[in-house]
Ligand binder design. Structure first.
Ligand code: SAH
Length: 495
């Protein structure tokens, strides 16, 4: 059994760690990581794992390679499983070889999990293939910083494409050496910084112009340098940094448990997402109404679900009672919108009614049209739901029972980080996916702060009710989604 595993974390995009690497990360007792590892990956470590940062970037002291080796060996000798998480691939200028040798010397069993190296991935995300038929039949990965020197090796290899890692500081020297050996001044060059991440930046030029271009763009490390004709392919092969929401920073105020579909949707479109939940969702410790109703569920003509949380917590309760979807019997099921429909379908229930537009008024109207008058209706919702649904149904002559299954509580864990970014002008959009996210946002940031900073960002609301609440709270939306769905919200931002 290996006790130390050198794992390639990939170049930054968290989707680019290997499946094997992910498994090791998830199970390790200790995770030793450095500066180029995307910190988001660490959320996959065990909650009780020891996380040890050994990178060079944060502050004055950084561990020497000997000290890092010692950490790995000590922990392994304590019987711990150690995941040594390294940016890109562990054996591509990652000093992984040295760490593996240290394990060998100490007779500690080790394993290597290769990673996606930035040398190939960062150019790829910039639209630059490192080889290309006819133009580039070879590529070489070269350090811009040898052990002895802040410089490239004296003899730079003669490959068609050259990729220099750790070379930003040595750029003038690299350019000079290539020109000296006869490379054309017009030879294309690109620098890619933070490749594959939301912050990716690319500067393109030629051997002759690249230093000026880099100075103008104020581009800094960590970046790599690509030299060769393949750089020109970026004009046509650019795909990552030209997506519709590229360059836009979007705040998501939804509770973390619910945010993932919106966060992923926005990221796929190229946005940088700042999660700023202002509420979190929690099951109710006691659900007396639901407990009493479940055995009698079939007496209700309609069971109404007003959110995906309602669905999740309803089925959790069912499961605890060792029951399943058969409790619905002949009862009909209504869902407020597409996400709630999807949550139900995942559990084997195909809703009988979904309103055109996802608001409570339309649910009530639709059920009354379908003969809800005089019938029993059970509404599964949050403790603090909107009253309008039951009011309308009761006015229409239905007999309504409300079964709260979860509640929302304030969550201020992301507020400070978002506040700082908004104040610095780094945020383009704040999105609201429900009235409660608007109210909680204002409660968390304060009325005065909102009024003073409203001009720093644009507001996007998921639907008319949320938009109305936003107007009442001084956050008049710049765009409103045409339909209450994540896709429609993203589409509104794109427009
Ligand atoms: N083992 C790593 C490389 C470590 S050397 C790998 O396989 O990717 C560190 C250098 O890699 C940095 O100085 C920079 O030149 C390059 N680098 C690493 N990640 C990068 C990224 N996301 N974008 C651009 N360059 C990166």
């Amino acid at each position: 059994m290996a006790t130390v595993t050198l794992v390639g974390a990939g170049p930054g995009d968290v989707g680019l760690i290997t499946k094997r690497g992910h498994e090791i990360l998830q199970s390790a007792d200790v995770v030793v990581y450095d500066a180029l590892v995307n910190p988001e990956l660490l959320t996959n470590a065990r909650r009780d794992a020891e996380l040890i940062y050994v990178g060079k970037r944060a502050g004055a002291h950084s561990l020497s390679q000997e000290e890092i080796n010692a950490v790995l060996i000590e922990r392994a000798r304590d019987g711990k499983s150690v995941c040594r998480l390294k940016g890109g691939d562990p054996f591509v200028f990652g000093r992984g070889g040295e760490e593996a040798l240290a394990c060998f010397e100490a007779q500690i069993p080790f394993e290597i999990v290769p990673g996606v190296t930035s040398a190939i991935a960062a150019p790829a995300y910039a639209g630059i293939p490192v080889t290309h038929r006819e133009t580039a039949t070879s590529f070489a990965v070269v350090t811009g910083h040898t052990a002895s020197d802040d410089a490239p090796p004296d003899a730079i290899p003669a490959a068609d494409t050259l990729v220099f890692l750790m070379g930003v500081r040595a750029l003038p020297l690299i350019v000079a050496r290539l020109m000296e050996r006869g490379d054309a001044p017009q030879k294309p060059v690109a620098l890619v910084r933070w490749g594959t991440r939301g912050e990716q930046e690319t500067v393109v030029g030629t051997l002759e112009t690249i230093e000026d271009e880099v100075a103008r763009a104020k581009l800094k490390a960590p970046a790599l340098i690509v030299v060769g004709e393949v750089v020109n392919l970026r004009e046509k092969l650019r795909w990552f940094d030209n997506r519709p929401l590229w360059g836009q920073t979007v705040v998501v105020t939804r509770a973390r448990q619910q945010a993932s579909s919106l966060v992923e949707g926005l990221q796929k479109l190229g946005a940088r997402v700042v999660e700023c939940p202002t509420i979190r969702v929690e099951p109710l410790p006691e659900t007396p109404v639901l407990d009493a109703e479940i055995p009698l569920l079939m007496r209700h003509e309609w069971i109404v679900f007003t959110s995906t949380n309602g669905v999740a917590h309803f089925f959790r309760n069912l499961d605890e009672l060792k029951l399943d979807a058969r409790v619905f019997g002949p009862s009909q099921v209504a869902a407020i919108g597409p996400a709630t429909v999807a949550a139900l379908r995942k559990r084997g229930i195909r809703p009988d009614f979904v309103p055109q537009s996802s608001i409570s008024e339309n649910v009530a109207a639709g059920l009354l049209e379908r003969g809800a008058k005089g019938r029993q209706i059970l509404v599964i919702r949050a403790l603090e739901g909107r009253e309008v649904l039951e009011e309308r149904l009761r006015e229409g002559g239905a007999s309504v029972t409300i079964a709260p299954v979860y509640r929302t509580l304030p969550d201020h864990s992301g507020v400070e980080a978002a506040r700082e970014q908004i104040e610095r002008g780094a945020v383009n959009w704040v999105t609201f996916t429900s009235s409660s996210t608007v109210k909680n946002f204002v409660a968390a940031f304060g009325d005065e702060w909102v009024a003073a900073h409203r001009h720093h960002f644009q507001v996007a609301a998921i639907g008319p009710v949320t938009a109305q609440t936003a107007i009442e709270c001084g956050l008049e939306p710049d765009v409103v989604a045409e339909e209450a769905s994540v896709e429609a919200l993203a589409a509104a931002l794109m427009r």
